[in-house]
Design a binder for this molecule. Structure first.
Ligand SMILES: Nc1ncnc2c1ncn2[C@@H]1O[C@H](COP(=O)(O)OP(=O)(O)O)[C@@H](O)[C@H]1O
Ligand SMILES: [Mg+2]
Length: 462
């Protein structure tokens, strides 16, 4: 059976409070009983002593009339049975008048005829509880008799029972109160927990981004805040992924469509000349290049995305790396009579993943050439101090309008979609650069003046 958290807490409090109250009541009752009995005992003791004092002169001469009167008088006064014994243990005065002249064997009387004061309580099935008290009667050095009082103390039991009932009532009352209060407390805890549970269930069912409202600022409030944060992040991530897949498929569709058109027209009407065949094959090859570039970029992105651990860091000779980029782009640059210059001082080594860094600089330089007019210059410049390395890629190209700068590093973002699809770019180059730089713990920035040129700067920490 599933017991709710609230009931568990409530029942626990109930049991704890009730047990504690019962123990408290038990020991309190014991104390009260003892003090009641002591009080009664002391009162009777002082009466007994007074009787003893009065009786002392009359005991040696066995003045039974007076002693009897004494017993009756006090017995009536205090409401208990009073017996006056002589030194032989014979009753000379009896407040009830029943046992005069008898010689009963009462151990406490025998003890007080030896000089002791004795008291004791006893419980009888017929009378209930009785308190016995016996004191010696002394005349000078001699013990001339004993006073015996037997008192019915059932009233003490009654008062104890009353107190016990009252304590039980208080115990039960406070246990119930604690139970209700803890139910309330549990609600304060379980309501937000239930909300969180529902939200988590919603999220696992795919409803990302759902938010939990918890007003408090305590631990539960913090938990809810973290949950909301996480939920939003997952939602963003999810949207990002959907968008990414949609964009990637979209980009793949256009080369596939072109290929389809080319191949269909070949099937419909096979080329007659060798030139025509070559023309078709060149077009097909171009589309395949485009697809393979896109797929390579996508694979690279997913590789970079994994984590920093995928970085293969080593001391990289930066100057050499820039020269390699220049060399591999030479044919592209030569087509447009663009001059690439490398400005880098001594052979500095910097910790980085060589292939990745190469890829980043290559992408920037590739863009610089692509978006520059003929007969211009592209500069690859390296500056460095102890903690920071900067690689600048500067061109004299068309530049980028201010409003595009913010979105430039977004995946599939292109300034001029129509034209750049023709140039073969899909808009993944800069986002790859940014991922690589971030993975190295660095930053990338861009400044541009439309019509004049653009400069990208990669900053890497050591
Ligand atoms: N050096 C540059 N000069 C002008 N525009 C640039 C330059 N570099 C990038 N861009 C703009 O930024 C867009 C995104 O670049 P990138 O991510 O490399 O995609 P692409 O695949 O189109 O090259 C490009 O389409 C282009 O419009
Ligand atoms: Mg590019």
């Amino acid at each position: 059976m599933r017991i709710k958290l609230g009931s568990k807490i409530g029942l626990t409090y109930l049991v704890i409070i009730f047990t504690v109250m019962l123990l408290f009541a038990y020991f309190t009752l014991l104390d009260i009983e003892q003090s009641f009995i002591n009080e009664r005992k002391n009162a009777l003791l002082s009466y007994a002593n007074i009787i003893a004092e009065r009786a002392a002169p009359y005991l040696p001469e066995q003045d039974t009339a007076y002693l009897n009167y004494l017993a009756e008088d006090f017995g009536e006064n205090i409401g208990h049975r009073v017996l006056i014994f002589d030194s032989n243990g014979i009753i000379l005065g009896d407040s009830s008048g029943l046992n005069r002249g008898h010689k009963p064997t009462i151990p406490s009387v025998a003890a007080s005829l030896q000089g002791e004061s004795v008291s004791q309580t006893n419980r009888y099935p017929d009378f209930g509880r009785l308190l016995y008290l016996a004191v010696p009667v002394a005349a000078g050095q001699q013990i001339v008799g004993a006073i015996f009082i037997s008192a019915d103390i059932n009233d003490i039991d009654m008062r104890l029972a009353q107190t016990r009932n009252r304590l039980l009532l208080v115990a039960a009352g406070s246990a119930v109160f604690a139970f209700l209060l803890s139910l309330l407390l549990a609600r304060i805890i379980t309501v937000p927990v239930a909300r969180l549970t529902r939200a988590a269930a919603k999220m696992s069912a795919g409803d990302y981004g759902c938010q939990v409202k918890v007003g408090s600022r305590d631990e539960l409030g913090q938990l809810a805040a973290s949950f909301n944060e996480m939920s939003k992040k997952i939602q963003r991530e999810d949207e990002f992924r959907r968008q990414f897949i949609a964009d990637a498929s979209h980009e793949l569709r256009s080369p596939v469509a072109s290929l389809k058109v080319l191949v269909e027209s070949l099937l419909l009407k096979p080329p007659e000349s060798k030139e025509e065949t070559m023309e078709f094959l060149t077009d097909i090859n171009g589309q395949l290049d485009r697809m393979s570039k896109l797929i390579n970029d996508l694979l690279l992105l997913s590789k970079i995305e994994k984590n920093e651990a995928s970085l293969n860091k080593e001391p990289v000779p930066i100057r050499q790396l820039l020269v390699e980029v220049k060399e591999s782009l030479r044919p592209l640059a030569a087509d447009k009579q663009i001059e690439i210059t490398v400005t880098a001082g001594d052979g500095i080594l910097w910790p980085a993943d060589r292939d990745m860094l190469y890829r980043a600089v290559y992408n920037l330089a590739d863009n610089a050439i692509k978006y520059s007019p003929a007969n211009s210059q592209v500069q690859l410049i390296r500056t460095a101090d102890e903690e920071k390395l900067a690689i600048r890629v500067k061109d004299q190209g068309i530049g980028i309008a201010h409003e595009h700068l913010g979105k430039l590093f977004t995946r599939f973002y292109r300034v001029d979609k129509a034209r750049e699809r023709a140039t073969g770019g899909v808009g993944l180059g800069l986002s790859i650069v940014q991922e690589i730089v971030n993975l190295h713990g660095g930053q990338i920035s861009v400044t541009s003046v439309p019509g004049c040129g653009t400069e990208f700067v990669i900053n890497l920490p050591s």
